[in-house]
Design a protein around this ligand. Structure first.
Ligand code: 5GP
Ligand code: ZN
Length: 137
């Protein structure tokens, strides 16, 4: 529990939330500012900043819960698609420093399809990048 963490305060019951699911390790509630109605957050009850600090077992519990809750969100909102997203650090869009996963119901007409436009690699860049990533295992 980090006292000034909003999500820790929600977990403790000090702040309200629209709870969707809870077990001994996980809590899930509606995002207060949804991309689409039913946008749901899934998070571990233990405070970790990002996925990089999480023990593997905790991460596994989150991903298993995400899929289970995603099914309920998908059906419960009659969505046509669903994004499972997770942001780490400010450059990736993380605003709340308690690790969480977004489940976002999607519809053909919602126009967010190309939020991340792709771009081609420069000459030799792909080979350099794949080498650097492989070297980190
Ligand atoms: P991030 O950008 O860190 O991945 O996502 C943080 C999310 O938390 C945002 O989508 C934001 O709308 C949501 N959020 C921020 N404060 C609260 C809150 O007090 N309650 C709930 N339910 N969601 C919040
Ligand atoms: Zn926290």
């Amino acid at each position: 529990m980090i006292p000034d963490c909003i999500f820790c305060q929600i977990i403790k019951g000090e702040l309200p939330c629209a709870k969707v699911y809870e077990d001994d390790r996980i809590i899930s509630f509606l995002d207060i500012n949804p991309v689409n109605a039913g946008h749901t957050l899934v998070l571990p009850k233990t405070h970790y900043g990002t996925i990089f600090e999480m023990p593997e077992q905790e991460y596994m519990a989150c991903t298993i819960a995400c899929r289970k809750i995603a099914m309920a969100v998908f059906r419960g909102t009659s969505a046509a698609g669903l994004n499972l997203l997770q942001n780490n650090f400010r450059p990736a869009g993380q605003l709340i420093d308690h690790v969480h996963f977004h489940l976002i119901p999607r519809y053909p007409q919602d126009k967010f399809l190309h939020a991340w436009p792709g771009k081609p690699y420069h000459q030799g860049e792909l080979e350099r990048v794949v080498k650097k990533i492989r070297a980190e295992f």
